[in-house]
Design a protein around this ligand. Sequence first.
Ligand SMILES: [Zn+2]
Length: 340
Amino acid sequence: MRKQPLQAKQGEVAFRKDLAQQHFRKKTVFHHEYSTSEMARVLREKMERCRQDFIRLRNLGITLSPFLEIGSGYGQAALLLADEFQAEGFASDIALDPLKEISRVAKTRKLSRLPRLLVFDAEAIPFPDNSLPFVFCYQTLHHFPHPLSVTREVHRVLSPNGVFFFAEEPVAQSFNLKLWYRPTKLRWWETMLKTMLILPFISRIGKTEVDHHIIEDAFTLKVWDQALEPFEIMETRLEPFPFGPAGSLEKRNPLNRIFLFFLGGGIRGIVRKKGREVRTSFPPLPRRQAGRFACPSCRNRPLLTNTKNGFRCPQCADVYPVKNNIPLLIRKQERTSLYG
Ligand SMILES: [Zn+2]
């Protein structure tokens, strides 16, 4: 299976750093991305959507704490979960700079309970097997060549019966000429093509990301099936975009499939790690010790120990540093090229 190339990881780190400047410090770096005031509105809307999602999950009786969010960005989802739903857990991202803005978002939104912050690569999650009851992500899986490279890791770290929730991921549109990538804020001629209803059939979204070598993919339903294969599906929802009847992966709705074929759309899902009695490598972590990390470089994920400057692996002897109070739990080779 193809993994995310280093160049894409570098793009994530560099681009998200510049974008955070524009989103929070009123600097204009990219003309077709949101400004500081626009981003404030977008974050408000995102948090409202997250609130509805967490209410849904809570109503299904799903344990939301301790949680791990992957690809947190500015942490709006993790913040909401920590503050309004009294959950404890981690907001994480491969990019350090967006995570540094979380305290600012919390202050603006008057949220007092913050998640703990972590930098790592979602293809090598620095937690031991069977250690977390709830993992989730928004708009993250489509930045990898195949979502299975992440969902396999999620499956590994989930405790037996643990739940993975993902949302706002794209389903590929088969009917698209893919002539170019369009930016978040459309250019005038793209707006015209949008009015004529042809824009979504000839271009794809994510220009600024792709310019930075970030992967902007959309997966077919077959790929989504493969990505969720390790899990037991509780519910999924497939929504054609911009319109069309909703469906799901588990129950085939022909009309939904036709709309998805022509328009593409979005997918979200709640899935569970199969099996009641999976043999754990060690007993499930008590709540207060949920911060015990495992070495992302060593295959068997030995537990890291605390040192003065960070966390040390007893097996490979690597020391993972802490920057701005945020542990950088990335494999040495990549860590050096991403963070020096
Ligand atoms: Zn190690």
